[in-house]
Ligand binder design. Sequence first.
Ligand code: C2E
Ligand code: MG
Ligand code: MG
Length: 564
Amino acid sequence: MALSRDAFVEFGLDAVLTGWNPQAERLFGWTTEEALGRPISDLVVPPRFTGRFWDALQRLQASSGPPGSSRPRELRLLHRDGHELHVASLAYVSGTGSERGVGVLLHDLAEERAAEVALAHAYLHDPLTGLPNRTLFTYRLAYALARGRAMPGMVAVLVLDLDRFKAINDALGHEVGDEVLVAVAGRLVESDGVAEVIARLGGDEFLVLFDGSDDEEKAVSFASRALHALASPIVAAGSEVFITASIGIACTTRAVHEPTVLLSNADAAMYQAKRRGGGTMAVFGEAMRVKVLDRMTTEHSLHRALERCELRLFYQPVVDISAERPIAVEALLRWDHPEQGLVGPNRFIPVAEESGLIIPIGAWVLQEACQQLKHWQDRPGPASGAVEVNLSARQIDHPEIVSTVESILSASGLSPAYLTLEITESALMSDAASALQVLRALKDLGVTLAIDDFGTGYSSLSYLQRFPLDILKVDKTFVDGLGVSLEGSEIVSAVIKLAHALGLQVIAEGVETERQLAELQRLSCDFAQGYLFSRPVPAADLLGVFPAVAAPGPDRSVGRPGST
Ligand code: C2E
Ligand code: MG
Ligand code: MG
């Protein structure tokens, strides 16, 4: 009950204390004997609140009519030892005539205040390291930017991301990972002298804010101290952990003073540091600005490329080396850009992958390629070969990839036997376990699977054995070495032999010369693709280049690599 927890004081019309309960004794620090008979002003913080307090009491006492109570209000009262008490009060008039007095219930707010402060702290800080969190950092950044709005270089943001932290977590466990993060936080704070805020964003990412003049300089010197501080091993759970970090720095300019832009610039710089191998820093500058802008523009217009039907598929024949006739075509994406003309996939597929646009674009490619092949097959005369479609890692990771392929196949009416899906080595390696599942499910649909750009990743052939692959495409860089040196031919020869031993058929990519073709023939390579036969061309032009693909030969069963 509130009464039993709260203090209660009573005083007469002369404002002298006439009674209180033990809770009041505890609240004010006076014993009951000491307190009774004291003027109430001894309990009120002078002078600011005294006046208001008295005014309120006068009004209450003067009020006619039946005894009522005041509205609850917050008061600052005085403890015996001089410290302020923060209480909520409810006063009411008691008695009548000469017995008339005022009773006040006092609820100590100290606990609530402490809880509020703790809550605010928890809301604004990272529980693991005790550093400010993203929310607090965002407030501080917005504040710094609002002050230094018109002045370039006044505010700098530094993003620090630990390199290969996931590996530490995986190998040594999350508890050790947490210890490492706490140690890193400690070293960052120690290497500081000038930062406004050092925050942890969660995960292994830290943010530092610099506010004042020459901030790029401050941030760069902080970064080099931090990299140095992280160079000595961290002892966690009894073992020495070596850790490095990638740091990106971005400063305000006249054009850039939005928090989100500043942060994403710092991020871009951090990724550049990562690409340089980690353990280093990069500052967001003019060159990077141009690149980021270019990327943003590309992403923006790529969004509309699909709606405006600006995407095209070109087709490049894949040729059976011994029979010297085409057995398939690879579908290669082009963007018929309204201002730039035909744009190659290397210029926009990375952006599509990063933005997630590759999912609808990839679905369009599949649908277009399947429809095109079905169209060729439906023309009078025997059927044509297979169509090979490239899938990116993002598509493989997408939960609906299998059902997408299945429904596109059935909508187009193309038999799965005529669809080959190409997946790059790196896409298989990034998450081998889940890639394996997806590949098995795709294989169950009846499609053919090829590994693309083989040799550019770091997988070994024996590692690839676990995936249900049918075809291996040797990357152009290896084909380039054919006939140039003995070593060059030997590498290709070894790949072909191993692939055959594993039951895979081999396509050589980027064949440009007769000499390369002759070498491939000698090495028993199955298929070849390259400018020597044809560049990628629009569907309508394929007939002129290779009539046998578009107007196919007599035997359906040879129309597909891997079918024999
Ligand atoms: P890729 O799948 O390895 O395709 C082969 C690339 O080599 C194509 O480049 C092709 O035009 C080129 N090429 C073929 N023969 C020769 C040759 O003799 N000499 C030279 N120098 N180049 C040759 P392209 O069309 O620019 O495509 C580049 C990459 O873009 C493709 O490499 C593929 O990884 C990706 N790509 C293309 N279309 C798609 C698509 O629809 N989806 C996805 N996810 N990726 C695609
Ligand atoms: Mg390919
Ligand atoms: Mg390739």
